[in-house]
Design a protein around this ligand. Structure first.
Ligand code: SF4
Ligand code: FES
Length: 351
């Protein structure tokens, strides 16, 4: 029997005021009419807590788009969960935050260090709102993580981004190279940084980590690596995702994998889905692996990489992640890296 998950990513809605081209939400976004209601989300939190979850990440889209957010925060917090609000910051005024007692931590997205570039990436005028939101979080005495998704258009600004996060009073800065799912996959040609850009960024990160008192997390650009990332720390191992319409996924992108047998909270108890659903059982542990992963010494380090990436690039979710230099499909990734840059298509608006 699988161990209990400790994290729930609750994607409350796909509605969002921003239109970032790097968004990892699926290209087919869930509309408001198909979102779970308040009682259904509270039931998800009850079931998740009973299953062992103690960290609830309220995400989206933009969770502030949900008018019932105070109730949802209060319910998760009342169960004893640590509640992390993952937000664009648009609409996060001091008044709105004061109406959300029970939030333990705020993760604020920022698109770039300078206003014009940040707004260009967001597809809307968002930068000023983020400064307001960061101030509100600090004034409320809550811990603040600033999250910046890195790509070709902003990866040269890492030093300025670190300085901005320090000015905002962040405790923690996540510099996360784009992961290519959903809209980001569609925009991959425009977002992929060059090897030279990444090498420079890596040097700046090392220097800033040595200098700054702020915690700086750097998520690698795995297409450029010789080995894949340990995606989700293993399939169905630590965290589960519930999408706006109640689908339960082993990772946020797993809906792309054909024939996975995804189940919905409306049809089955969360614990049963976690322990026995075909979607969660498909790639748990090591039994599903073929060579080269099956006999590889790194399999307990990277768990064979990312199932969604393997499916997206090869059409076979059980294949070795093509990012791996030992994969027979590594040539696919090298060809993508050698491709010409493209233009960003902003994420669709969903209501
Ligand atoms: Fe990881 Fe599999 Fe590559 Fe080994 S062969 S490094 S387990 S992806
Ligand atoms: Fe789904 Fe990596 S994103 S397993």
């Amino acid at each position: 029997m699988a161990e209990a998950p400790f994290g729930l990513l609750a994607e409350l809605t796909h509605r969002c005021p921003l239109r970032c081209g790097y968004c990892s939400n699926p290209v087919d976004l869930v509309g408001r009419d198909d979102e779970l209601g308040t009682a259904a989300w509270c039931s998800v939190f009850d079931q998740a807590r009973a299953l062992g979850v103690w960290q609830v990440h309220l995400s989206g889209g933009e969770p502030l788009a949900r008018a019932d957010l105070p109730e949802l925060v209060g319910h998760a917090s009342g169960l004893g969960c640590y509640v992390n609000l993952v937000t664009s910051g648009l609409g996060l005024t001091p008044e709105r935050l004061a109406g959300l007692p029970g939030v333990d931590h705020v993760q604020l997205s920022v698109q770039d260090a300078q206003e014009a570039g940040a707004n260009r990436i967001a597809g809307v005028k968002a930068f000023g709102h983020k400064l307001t939101a960061a101030r509100a979080v600090r004034d409320a005495g809550l811990p603040l993580t600033v999250n910046v998704v890195l790509h070709r258009l902003n990866v040269d600004h890492v030093a300025e981004i670190v300085a901005l996060a320090e000015r905002l009073g962040a405790d923690r800065l996540e510099l996360a190279n784009t992961q290519y799912y959903g809209w980001a996959l569609r925009n991959r040609a425009a977002l992929l940084p060059t090897r030279e850009q990444l090498a420079r960024a890596g040097e700046v990160v090392a220097a800033e980590r040595a200098r700054s008192a702020m915690e700086i997390v750097y998520v690698i650009a795995d297409y450029h690596e010789a080995h894949p990332k340990p995606c989700m720390h293993g399939w169905g191992a630590r965290q589960l995702t519930v999408t706006p319409n109640g689908d339960v996924l082993p990772c946020p992108a797993a809906g792309v994998i054909d024939g996975l047998g995804v189940e919905n909270v409306a049809d089955r108890a969360l614990a049963d889905i976690w322990h026995t659903s075909p979607a969660f059982e498909a790639f748990r542990g090591f039994g599903w692996m073929r060579d080269p992963c099956r006999t590889c010494a790194r399999r307990e380090v990277d768990f064979g990489g990312c199932r969604c990436q393997a499916f997206q690039l090869t059409g076979d979710a059980a294949a070795t992640d093509p990012v791996c230099s030992l994969s027979p499909h590594r040539g696919l990734v090298d060809a993508i890296l050698a491709g010409a840059p493209g233009e960003v298509e902003h994420r669709a608006v969903v209501r």
